[in-house]
Each structure stands twice: as C-alpha cells, then as structure tokens.
Design a binder for this molecule. Sequence first.
Ligand code: AMP
Length: 279
Amino acid sequence: MRIIHSIPEMQEWSSDERSSGNSIGFVPTMGALHQGHAELFAQSVSENRKTVVSIFVNTLQFNSVSDLESYPRQLEQDQVIAELQKVDVLFIPDKDEMYPDGFASSITAGPIAQHMEGLHRPGHFDGVATVVVKLLNAVNPNVAYFGLKDFQQLAVIRSVVRDLNIKCEIKAVPTVRNSSGLALSSRNSRLSPEQLEQAQIIHALLLEMAQMARIANTSSFALKDHFTDGMMSTSAARVEYVEVVDSHTLLPATTAQDGTTICVAVWFDDVRLIDNISI
Ligand code: AMP
C-alpha cells in the first residue's frame, strides 16, 4: 500500500492510473477506522481496479474546538486496517497541504444542508462540501463511497457533485452496526461501557418507529415523542433532534410513510451520536 501526503503526487498517481485504463474508487474518511469504514473499502475494492482511502480530520467541519481536539486519532492502526482491506493508496494530507496560508475559497451547501445536522452544527456542511470537493479534485476517482449512517451528508454531497458538474459517481453503503444494533462510529470509543450499553436503545427505538410507521403511517409528532420518551426512560442521553424527512428532498414530513427517513441525534455527555432508518 502506497502512502501519499501531497496533493500533486496524488493527482499524478491518479492520472497515471486512469491513463492506464484503471478505474479508481475513493473513500474519504477522518480516520479512527472501524468495520463501517472497512465495508466501504471492501465495496470499492470489489468494484474498482484501484482504491484510494483518505484520512484527514477536517478542521473546517468541526463547529466545536473540544470536539475537534477529542476526535480519536490512531494512524498506525488505521494503516493496518487499510492494508488488510487491500487499499492501494492511503492519502494523508496534513492541514497545511489542504488549507495552506491564503486559503480563502469555500463551498456553500444548499438548502438541503440547512436543517437537522446543519441547524445544530452551523457551517458543518459547508466544511464537508469544501473538503470533499478538494479531495475529489486531488484523487479524481470514478466512484466515491459514502455511508448511509451520515444520511444528510450523503444528500449534501450528491447535490454538490451534481450542481458543480463533478464527474464522479456517488455510491451509498448501508450502515454497519455492532451485534446490538449500535451504528459503528469513531466517536463510540469515547463512550463509557455504561453509555455504550445505553446507546443500543437508539437503533431499537428506530426499529420500533419504522414498524409503527409501516403499520399505520404514524404522525411525525407521535414518533418524535416515542423516541424521546424511550431514550429518556432508559438512558442518561439528551435527544438533540428527531426528524421525519422525505428521503430525497430531506424536507420535513408530517407522517412517517414509504419514502421517508427518520433521523436522530443524541448526546451522551459530550459525545454526539447520529443514526437513521428509512421506511
Ligand atoms: P468519517 O470517518 O466518520 O468521516 O466517515 C467516513 C465515511 O464512512 C463516511 O462516508 C461515513 O458515512 C462512513 N461510515 C462511518 N460509519 C459508518 C458505519 N457504521 N457504516 C457505514 N458507513 C459508515
């Protein structure tokens, strides 16, 4: 596995591979890799001749200094995981490579980025959109893979790629969960054993809500209450939002029915977890 730190070197590698007729799959990450990331790598490896994974903790998308500072970093272990998954290139630019002195341009994500995550993390999706476009320009992949766990992020990236005519197919990969249903996340490592146990209720409640919606097109209000009551009665978590949205436009839906997705964000102390389920 080759490790590349500079953008020009990344672009040169990519251009050589593409002129040799090799398709490139790309998975952008912020490191602290787990089985969820590995699933994206595996899909890319199976569908492309070459796979590039980037690791970059993107300062632009953090709206809290403490979240940025406490974000888990484990580069050596990440290299082992990427190597095991047969990734061809690990692209690890540092902050100066991505945002050198004088860096001043950025992308504004559209209305799809304005509620849910966007509302509670101002500027987050502008940071995501900017870094993803920069990474796509560095790697120039045929296909890029994103997890459905970050449901709104995927929608934002699809709209940016479409609006800016970026020639790259965007593929969604289902959420990987542990045996109790908790969505794998780099942030899970910051939960105490007790919080980890309590966090399992998130997926259990989402499953119940999906079941309620399938049986009777339940109102969004009733579902929100169900989730909030369920979380509060079984855990010390604070619910930041529960939203039922149209799966394509991400606009709020009054009832949960076919074609809608329930998205939630929950805090355990200073650790924020998100999850979703599509009806
Ligand atoms: P991150 O390193 O958190 O920025 O995530 C990098 C990519 O991995 C994003 O496209 C995420 O949606 C995806 N991802 C993270 N966790 C999971 C998971 N549990 N299942 C599937 N994809 C995931």
